[in-house]
Design a protein around this ligand. Structure first.
Ligand SMILES: [Zn+2]
Length: 184
């Protein structure tokens, strides 16, 4: 089982490199990331979170029944569960109209911390699948949020960077305590 690296690990602050060839190493990495994500009940994982700075993310939103997702391909709504898990190579998102929505987030690399993050509600994603085929779809709900959270990881950005100033202060105190940083 691949270890998920935690806040403080340099890979979490690195910009990941594009994958120019989907070889067996990339396929094995994707499988290992899925295993790690499911083992920790996550709904997404980026390669940076297993210490590998390559542009690969895995997502599976099926377990989050109370936080629905919408998936559209070619303008048509599709059953989300049929497209899970997603393995996305070199994913990108484009923000579509619809404004931002607040939603609770947490991260397997920052255990015990959660907070509300404002993110664009509707996005279009483009990526390659694990066989190298281009994929393009629109996402709303948890899927849109997960995509943005994971792609942020590929750019060295963490959800705590996007919290409101008040939440960031609260989280800083929590992180400080977790690190055992009791300062007189
Ligand atoms: Zn995360």
């Amino acid at each position: 089982m691949m270890k998920i690296v935690k806040l403080g690990h340099p890979a979490l602050r690195a910009k990941a490199d594009a994958i120019d060839r989907i070889d067996d190493g990339v396929k094995t990495l994707a499988d290992d990331m899925l295993d790690a994500m499911y083992a920790h009940d996550g709904c997404g994982l980026a390669a940076n979170q297993v210490g590998v700075t390559r542009r690969l993310v895995v997502i599976d939103v099926r377990e989050a029944k109370r936080r629905p997702s919408v998936l559209r391909i070619g303008g048509k709504s599709r059953p989300v569960h049929k497209h899970m898990p997603m393995i996305l190579v070199n994913p990108q998102v484009e923000v579509l109209a619809g404004g931002k929505v607040a939603g609770s987030e947490a991260c397997l690399s920052i255990p015990g911390v959660h907070g509300d993050v404002d993110r664009p509600a509707v996005v279009r994603a483009r990526a390659l699948d694990i066989d190298g085929n281009p994929v393009e779809f629109e996402a709303e709900g948890l899927l849109a949020r997960a995509l943005q959270h994971e792609i942020d990881h590929l750019d060295g950005i963490l959800f705590i960077d996007r919290l409101s100033p008040e939440d960031r202060r609260r989280v800083a105190d929590e992180l400080h305590e977790m690190a055992g940083g009791m300062v007189g």
